[in-house]
Design a protein around this ligand. Structure first.
Ligand SMILES: NC(=O)c1ccc[n+]([C@@H]2O[C@H](COP(=O)([O-])OP(=O)(O)OC[C@H]3O[C@@H](n4cnc5c(N)ncnc54)[C@H](O)[C@@H]3O)[C@@H](O)[C@H]2O)c1
Length: 446
């Protein structure tokens, strides 16, 4: 097997073996010079786990500067400043940030049920938006967001950062080269086996109605008394989160879309799953499998996704089964393995015939295939450099788009269609039926 390690200094020349044409994969962070020197002034709405991660990654991206943050839990004002390593104004009301003229763009890292509201408000205030995945909490939310972005001509990027990863760029090149042949089957999983992986996040001792704006958190959801489990472990609940579909399927679907160019939502989905391992208040399954059908130019692609929160075998991975090769992505590698599809005499089919018939058949076959074809070649693996940060590259792509006003790959339509995949999976699970995407009415039918 041949292996290549990607470095992120300079433009990276990738591709080994005679069959790979010379290719260049460029880290978006290294393209920063494309901007005109203006730093994008951004504010973060929601500075919990992901908001702080975004701030840590944004430190590496010199084309932007954080100028403010909002959160509904006051202790997170300080967490945000620590994550970014500098001071900036903080507030409990994100609209204060939207009123500021010195804010160009907003990062939205709230629970899923706030994505639509904050996006619409930000766009109405003339801000560009980086909104965490899943872009929408419902199908209708997503289309409202798409419409608002289109009308306003704002830049919008959804937050599945693998779309900007140099590993996925390499996989996209392999896919586009045609070396996989026809791909009609893709298999992906994201498995975990720890309390944190199952969203049993810590509840801080200072959490109370005094430190958390509970009413603002509920938004349009059912009114109920302050409940720190719902606030800090919102992923368990349908009112605020989207389960494994919104948490992990969306990453896998976005990666698959970025590599293959499959742009439409899946045409149908079937899910099986259950709450098997975690006997707590969660409403979403801890094991979910979904089989999707995607319409495509080459006749269709079946995508099988699977997330298990009680066994982490394989962790994160995507496998593309092509007629002339197989491509496997892990969190840090992409491997292409050619299939040996050279024509050969296949004795099995002659097993029910006489020796004379078989000999004749073999001789005729040999006469028809006089040439010795070359070996298919070794498997090739590309490995990410240690410490590579795809979120920093995703942020760099966003800042670049804010300056150039050019659409990013993971724009509002991409993000919406990926989120529809999550909604189809959940619909099928909860209705115990197929979920069919109706493109005419833009709704899910059972
Ligand atoms: N791209 C990724 O890899 C990735 C990873 C984790 C989470 N996420 C996404 O990021 C989002 C946040 O997840 P998290 O794990 O950080 O959750 P979290 O609960 O840790 O943080 C969410 C924060 O948003 C705040 N918030 C909610 N509504 C708000 C509002 N209207 N104004 C201001 N603050 C508000 C809450 O107070 C909370 O502190 C989710 O959509 C999640 O799916 C993405």
């Amino acid at each position: 097997m041949k292996t290549t390690s990607m470095t992120r200094r300079d433009f990276v020349r990738l591709g080994v073996g005679a069959a790979v044409t010379s290719t260049l994969v460029k880290s978006p962070l290294l393209a920063e010079a494309a901007s005109d020197g203006h730093k994008v002034r951004f504010a973060v709405v929601g500075t919990g786990i992901r908001g702080c991660d975004l701030l840590r990654s944004a430190r590496k991206v010199s084309t932007g500067v954080c100028v403010g943050a909002a959160d509904l839990y006051v202790t997170r004002y300080q967490a945000a400043k620590e994550a970014y390593g500098s001071d900036f104004p903080t507030t409990g009301d994100y609209r204060v940030l939207l009123d500021r003229e010195d804010v160009d763009a907003v990062f939205i890292a709230t629970s899923d049920h706030h994505h639509r509201r904050v996006t619409l408000d930000a766009i109405a205030a003339g801000k560009d938006v980086y909104c965490e995945k899943p872009m929408s909490h419902t199908v209708a939310d997503g289309f409202q967001m798409v419409e608002a972005v289109a009308e306003s001509k704002r830049i919008f990027q959804a937050g599945s950062q693998r779309v900007s990863s140099i590993l996925y760029a390499r996989a996209r090149e392999i896919y586009a080269s045609g070396r996989l042949g026809e791909v009609h089957e893709i298999d992906a999983q994201w498995n975990r086996n720890s309390p944190g992986g199952a969203w049993l996040y810590p509840i801080p001792p200072d959490a109370s109605p005094e430190t958390v704006d509970w009413k603002a958190f509920l938004l349009d959801a059912e009114d109920r008394p302050f409940d720190p489990v719902r606030f800090f472990r919102w992923r368990w609940f349908k009112d605020y989160g989207s389960g494994l579909g919104g948490d992990l399927f969306v990453h896998l679907l976005s990666g698959i879309k970025a590599i293959t160019g499959l742009s439409a939502p899946p045409s149908r989905a079937y899910s099986m799953g259950g709450i098997y391992h975690y006997k707590d208040a969660r409403e979403f399954p801890d094991l979910l499998e979904t089989l999707y059908e995607f319409p495509s130019e080459n006749g269709g692609v079946q995508v099988h996704l699977h997330c298990n929160q009680a066994n982490n075998d394989g962790n994160e991975g995507i496998k593309f089964y092509g007629s002339t090769g197989t491509m496997v992505l892990t969190g840090t590698t992409v491997t292409f393995t050619p299939q040996d599809v050279r024509p050969k005499f296949e004795p099995y089919g002659w097993g029910g015939m006489t020796a004379a018939q078989r000999d004749t058949g073999m001789n005729e076959w040999k006469a028809a295939h006089p040439e010795k074809l070359p070996e298919p070649g070794d498997a090739e693996t590309f490995t990410l450099p240690k410490g590579y940060d795809d979120t920093a590259d995703h942020i760099a792509n966003f800042f670049n788009a804010v300056v150039t006003r050019k659409h990013v790959l993971e724009d509002e339509v991409f993000g919406n269609n990926a989120a529809i995949g999550c909604h189809l999976a959940n619909y099928s699970y909860f209705h115990r039926s197929a979920a069919i995407w109706d493109e005419t009415t833009k709704t899910i039918k059972g």
